[in-house]
Design a protein around this ligand. Structure first.
Ligand code: FES
Length: 151
């Protein structure tokens, strides 16, 4: 699977981040394994250490298996002022996880993010590619309930 993804891109160092993105997006657990790093390293002729450096530098990459749904709550000041800390508390309680952890059923991983670019709707979070704004504790229950229910 990793080799197939690599083959979609020219074997140049410039494509490293695109390949890593593709691998992470394609993996059902949204992460980049050591095995994947080895395949990419060989394909691009880039040392594995360099790739691990890139993975550590950018917070959007994960080297640990994550849940089916990735929640990224904005922790930047405009969202904080509008109560993102209450939203975080609600998410932690509802999902029984801390930041960086995945629920026991593997359905959700809770992460924090810097400004998501829609501060006018603070507090804001993303679940996978969907943005949710003007969050309240009630809205969190609704959103998580809908995702759990498959809607
Ligand atoms: S500060 Fe939260 S979206 Fe910009």
């Amino acid at each position: 699977m990793y080799k197939e993804i690599c083959n979609k891109y020219a074997p140049t160092k410039d494509n490293l981040i695109y390949i890593l993105h593709d691998i992470q997006d394609t993996h059902p657990q949204h992460y980049i394994s050591e095995e994947a790093v080895e395949v990419v390293s060989e394909y691009l002729k880039v040392p594995a250490n360099h790739i691990f450096g890139v993975l550590t530098f950018y917070s959007m990459y994960s080297t640990k298996p994550r849940g089916t749904n990735i929640i990224r709550l904005c922790e930047s000041p405009p969202c904080y002022i509008k109560g993102s800390d209450n939203i975080l508390r609600k998410l932690k309680t509802m999902l029984s996880v801390n930041v960086g952890e995945t629920t026991k059923d593997g359905a959700f991983t809770l992460e924090l993010a810097a400004c998501l670019g829609v501060c006018g709707n603070a507090p804001v979070m993303m679940v996978n590619d969907d943005v949710y704004g003007d969050l309240t504790e009630e809205k969190i229950e609704e959103i998580i309930g809908k995702i759990r229910g498959g809607n």
